[in-house]
Design a protein. Structure first.
Length: 719
């Protein structure tokens, strides 16, 4: 027995609903045989069933529906008149269709029954002179109560698939979502009140109310969630048509079609994704001749992948084309006046690649119906950022490009950090939050430096540009840390676009689920605010637009770096600082080991039961792919501890879309210290030793360890 897939189930639900309506319409039509609109409606229903059944490979169902459609077509055109015989045979057709659907629902196939007599009668009654039909043969014997229930007179039985689902108007769902939002606000107010009372009964009732509200919110959110496949279904046709227009050959591969997100988000990403696909085919994938000359398959590949991670939806669109021609991008951006020549010389490869998102930027030689007007990729970035998402590029010159998009699951109710400045409270979406830093006493007074007029804070060896919230909002300026008037410095470390910066606030309160309300017309045009919400005490708080504040503070330039000067976030490291930031860890029984923190992409924990073997190496399934693992303890020949931890710590080193994991026993600390490397004995797997925080520490040769496992991992560096 094979269960129907999602497409078949949807077909069954819709067909059952239509068949119930057909029973009524055919009987009603017998009394008003001249009702052409009703005949046309019946015809369209059978036509839909026939077409879909053919697509799904249900041949017998298609055959029965087809001859029924022919009879209905002649009735609709007025060639035939509806009489008792034709009504009876059409009702028999409806029963047969219902029986076949029941068989499909139970077994995933039509079964062995054939309806030759019914087909013959439907064909015979297409003759205008035919006036009667032979007695109807008994229908195929049902094999279960469920089959009996498939026919109108079959008696009671378990409900079919259509009885387990209903169709709900989208407007009603939106209204319910608004009501749940109001309930969340009321819940927050009650929780705040309960925090100040000693009435245990009231507190326990409040907690129960909070739990029910959360479950109701999650349940309603599920009703609004739709698979991203609803948007992706149109792209195979888009790719085909564009490829023909551009004289290219492209195949498309889609993964994660079942990844769900809120319908409002789905609507918002339709146009951006279409722009990305068009850009990949027009600018990315080469012509067949060019691909063959470059040693590639003549047919290009476009891959679309979606998956959930960290409460967000990740979408990756990759092609195996030529990638971004950085020299051409630089020349075009300078020629179009988007950046200065001086600034272009200072930009990194990634910054140059991101220039394709600048307003007005285009590398097309001429304007066509596909591209060249310089609006496509700018629209992508703008629309994604409007819904709280971010866009990034992984460029592989000559081998293709991957566009990465991160978007929230929903915009209606979001977690946020509540902060205070100038006596007012503000909400910061948690999706933009990286960490919190609080400095007190003399540390607060000496922590902030000024470089080129920009306040900065050294966070683990990196310069973090600072913005003072009060100043950016035109309120009473947030007091600068001077040791005399400010006992503490609160820095909220945020991510805006691809930049990190610190927002200095007076107070940090707590995280809270907030209901996003639209801005009023008076402040809607202000770029520093993204919306409003009502706090637990009933007061209104503004939701900060992190990117807007970063632009206002010149941390991210307006128009995404349109102009001549580097944004402050690109400040260079102070080369005079004799320090390096190192990750300290232990592997085996020996002393501490270290790697430079700039070689660490992420830190993860992996249980032993998740580690598998492939290609002769230990691997782990990681972020939708397979990540090879290197046991640092074994690679360095270190003795194992007597009682190793069940969870292994993994230091992830990533380059583009590839990653390698170094398995260690314990992560010790992240430190900033003077590192003077000395070679002692030339032990394999080590680049030398240094005194870090008063302890002799071996520095692990990350590149050497990785190249033992995969000699090609760094090959693109040498190209």
């Amino acid at each position: 027995m094979e269960e129907p897939d999602e497409i078949t189930t949807e077909f069954l639900v819709e067909s059952y609903e239509n068949l119930d309506q057909l029973d009524q319409e055919l009987v009603a039509l017998e009394t008003t045989p001249g009702d052409t609109e009703r005949i046309a409606s019946i015809f369209r229903t059978i036509h839909t069933i026939k077409g879909t059944s053919g697509f799904l490979g249900f041949a017998e169902l298609e055959r029965v529906a087809h001859v029924g459609e022919n009879l209905l077509s002649r009735l609709r055109d007025g060639v035939l008149a509806l009489d008792e015989a034709r009504t009876t045979v059409l009702l028999r057709m409806v029963d047969a269709v219902r029986t076949i659907l029941g068989e499909i629902e139970r077994n995933g196939s039509e079964g062995d029954a054939r309806y030759d007599d019914l087909v013959a009668d439907l064909e015979r009654l297409q003759d205008p002179d035919a006036t009667d039909a032979p007695a109807a043969p008994p229908p195929p014997k049902p094999k279960s109560n469920a089959a009996a229930a498939a026919s109108p007179g079959g008696g009671a039985g378990p409900p079919n698939v259509s009885d387990s689902s209903i169709r709900v108007d989208v407007g009603l769902l939106d209204e319910l979502m608004n009501l749940v939002g109001e309930l969340v606000l009321a819940r927050n107010q009650i929780l705040q009140h309960a925090a100040g009372t000693d009435d245990t009964t009231f507190v326990s009732t409040t907690q129960r109310l909070s739990l029910i509200t959360t479950e109701l919110q999650e349940g309603l959110m599920k009703t609004r969630m739709q698979p991203i496949g609803h948007v992706w279904n149109k792209f195979p046709r888009v790719v085909r048509d564009l490829a023909l227009t551009c004289d290219k050959q492209v195949r498309i591969k889609m993964e994660g079609n079942e990844t769900e997100l809120d319908r409002t988000i789905l609507e918002a990403i339709k146009d951006p994704l279409t722009h990305v696909v068009r850009n990949a085919i027009d600018h990315g994938i080469e012509t067949p001749a060019a691909r063959v000359a470059a040693g590639k398959d003549a047919t290009g590949s476009l891959s679309m992948r979606a998956y959930h991670e960290g409460g967000q939806v990740n979408i990756e669109i990759s092609d195996d084309g030529a990638g971004v021609d950085l020299a051409r991008v630089k020349a075009k951006a300078i020629g179009q006046g988007l950046i200065s020549e001086e600034r272009a010389q200072r930009m990194s490869d990634r910054e140059l690649a991101m220039c394709i998102f600048m307003p007005g930027f285009s590398t097309a030689a001429q304007v066509t119906s596909v591209s060249g007007r310089g609006v496509g990729m700018d629209v992508v970035r703008t629309n994604i950022e409007k819904i709280g998402g971010v866009v990034d590029i992984v460029n592989r010159p000559g081998r293709g490009m991957t566009l990465k998009i991160k978007i929230p699951l929903t915009l209606a109710i979001i977690p946020a950090l509540v902060v205070g400045s100038g006596g007012e409270r503000f909400a910061i979406p948690q999706v933009n939050l990286l960490e919190l830093v609080r400095l007190e006493g003399t540390a607060a007074a000496s922590a902030v430096e000024t470089i080129h007029g920009i306040p900065v804070y050294r966070l683990r060896g990196h310069l973090l540009p600072l913005a003072y919230l009060g100043e950016q909002l035109g309120m009473s300026p947030t007091a600068r840390a001077d040791g005399d008037h400010r006992p503490a410095l609160n820095i909220v470390v945020l991510q805006a676009d691809d930049r990190s910066f610190g927002l200095v606030v007076d107070e940090v309160f707590d995280t809270e689920e907030i209901v996003v309300k639209p801005l009023g017309p008076e402040i809607k045009k202000l770029s520093t605010y993204a919306g409003t919400t009502i706090m637990g005490d009933g007061r209104v708080a503004l939701i900060l637009d992190v990117l807007g504040i970063a632009k206002r503070a010149r941390i991210v330039a307006e128009g995404h770096a349109r102009g001549g000067d580097d944004p402050p976030a690109a400040l260079p490291e102070d080369k005079r600082a004799p320090t390096r930031t190192m990750l300290l860890f232990r592997a085996g029984l020996e002393g501490r080991l270290a790697v430079p923190l700039d070689l660490v992409s992420r830190l993860e924990e992996v249980s032993e039961d998740r580690i598998e073997r492939a290609g002769g190496h230990h691997v782990v399934q990681y972020r939708g792919g397979i990540m090879p693992l290197i046991d640092v303890r074994a690679s360095l020949g270190l003795p194992a501890p007597a009682d190793p931890e069940p969870l292994r710590q993994v230091i992830v080193h990533a380059r583009g879309d590839r990653a390698m994991g170094l398995v260690v026993d314990t992560i010790v600390d992240i430190v900033e210290d003077h590192v003077d490397i000395e070679r002692i004995g030339g032990a394999p797997g080590r680049v030398g030793s240094a005194v870090i925080q008063g302890h002799v520490t071996d520095l692990v040769d990350v590149r050497g360890l990785i190249e033992r496992v995969d000699p090609t991992f760094f090959r693109e560096d040498a190209a």
